[in-house]
Design a protein around this ligand. Structure first.
Ligand code: PMP
Length: 330
């Protein structure tokens, strides 16, 4: 019988699907890796499993321990799944700008959520950073995974995401494109693909305009989960051959097209990565095989990217969601 013991055993092994409608004629084959099919709904399930495995092995996380991490989204869900399976509890710290829906998602998985004010400076005792550090100090048996510096993050992608892409393309992949947040995905997957191909596979990072990876200063952008205003140690700057900067407007327009034209309801960082992948695919032509990683699904963005009023309020709206029909609305 093919019955998994626990949802955590279903992490990874996500499929590739060919993009068609959004890919201009004459371009390379573009295959998207659908990470929302992980049980927690994102690529972060992979790093959660590996970070907990390593912490158990090193003794940093003890039986009955408490996982404390500043996270508002995908990493929290992944950690909560693994915590349930193995009898840990979770406390996640998030800024008050994080939507009620996201906080409730973490609570639904059994995590405790501590909300901090956004409008205080980092050195304030109630700041996001100070509260999570204090909780780690004051909670018995606490362990902080710290996805920005934990080498288990990139290692999980080196051990799973990279080999999956190599196997599923029969070793024909020529370019790998991923958005860069902590840098774990591009560092681990990219390192594996470079090693296994003898350096043949080119690695391309996609980054929001304004973020440090593409030479910015950390200027604000609205796409979530990618871009930084500092250089995390999970990111190895030697791996990417190129970084392509993408505007919020282009990222969100492509995100909406992926839902409407490819049947892929995905998050904004996915649209961003696809914009970069299409640039590579057009430039490289039909002999290339471009794999682009789509980190999460679109349900968490319905009131933003998939809401015409929100899109208009930032001047991003190019095509209303109901703009493809001539029928009068009832
Ligand atoms: N997209 C989303 C939605 C994410 O949550 C993340 C993780 N922060 C990324 C992309 C980037 O992945 P990584 O942290 O591995 O660079």
């Amino acid at each position: 019988m093919r019955i998994a013991n626990h949802v955590v055993d279903l992490v990874g092994g996500t499929p590739l699907v060919k993009l068609s409608s959004v890919v201009p004629a004459g371009s390379a084959l573009v295959a998207a890796k659908i990470e929302y099919l992980n049980p927690g709904g994102s690529s972060k399930d992979r790093i959660a499993v590996k970070m907990v495995d390593e912490a158990e092995a090193s003794g940093a996380l003890k039986p009955g321990g408490v996982i404390v991490e500043p996270t508002s989204g995908n990493t929290g869900v992944g950690l909560a799944l693994v915590a349930q399976q193995r009898g840990y509890s979770c406390i996640f710290v998030c800024p008050d700008k994080v939507s009620e829906d996201k906080r409730n998602t973490l609570r639904a998985y059994g995590a405790e959520v501590v909300v901090c004010p956004t409008a205080v400076p980092p050195e304030h005792p109630d700041s996001y950073y100070n509260v999570s550090d204090r909780l780690v100090r004051e909670t018995p048996n606490a362990w902080k995974p710290d996805q920005y510096s934990n080498p288990a993050g990139p290692a999980s992608h080196y051990e799973t995401t990279g080999p999956e892409i190599w196997a599923d393309t029969d070793g024909t992949v020529t370019h790998f494109v991923a958005g860069v947040g902590t840098g774990g995905t591009i560092t681990g997957t990219g390192r594996y693909l470079k090693e296994v191909s003898g350096g043949r596979v080119k690695i391309i990072g996609a980054d929001p305009e304004g973020s440090v990876y593409s030479g910015g200063t950390g200027r604000p952008y609205l796409v979530e989960g990618v871009g930084e205003d500092f250089w995390p140690s999970a990111y190895d700057p030697e791996i990417a051959d190129e970084i392509i900067a993408v505007s919020d407007a282009d990222a969100f327009e492509m995100t909406r097209r992926l839902a409407r034209e490819e049947g892929l309801l995905v998050g904004g960082s996915c649209g961003m990565a696809v914009v970069a992948a299409l640039e590579v695919a057009e430039r490289e032509g039909p002999d290339a095989v471009v794999v682009v990683l789509l980190p999460d699904g679109g349900r968490g963005y319905l009131s933003k990217i998939f809401n015409d009023d929100w899109m208009s309020s930032y001047g991003f709206l190019r095509e209303p969601l109901d703009g493809h029909t001539d029928r009068p609305s009832v």
